[in-house]
Design a protein around this ligand. Structure first.
Ligand SMILES: [Zn+2]
Length: 90
């Protein structure tokens, strides 16, 4: 599924009980330790739990968390992730 990074989310704290959004993603996914960046065209390790949305106009009112590396978290263009790698938060 194509996703785009949401801007200005650095002030959004992870839910209570989670050290970070990456910790939140890992605990929801039961995927611990080193995690690959979920951008399908990236081979780095994930470093953050990024806030993304779908730019397709149909589901863009939903926000998701996805494990990605810092450089993917900074891109302005859309990228492809497996739908199973997304955790819907809104
Ligand atoms: Zn990446």
């Amino acid at each position: 599924m194509k996703v785009k990074n949401l801007n200005n989310t650095s002030g959004r704290k992870a839910p209570k009980g989670y050290a970070s959004w990456l910790d939140y993603w890992q605990q929801q996914m039961k995927s611990y330790g080193n995690t690959k960046c979920r951008n399908n065209s990236c081979t780095s390790y994930a470093e953050v739990g990024g806030h993304v949305f779908s730019p397709d106009g149909r589901t863009s009112d939903h926000w998701y968390i996805v494990a990605i590396c810092k450089s993917c978290n900074a891109v302005a263009v859309s990228y492809d992730v497996d739908v199973n790698s997304l955790i819907r938060i809104t």
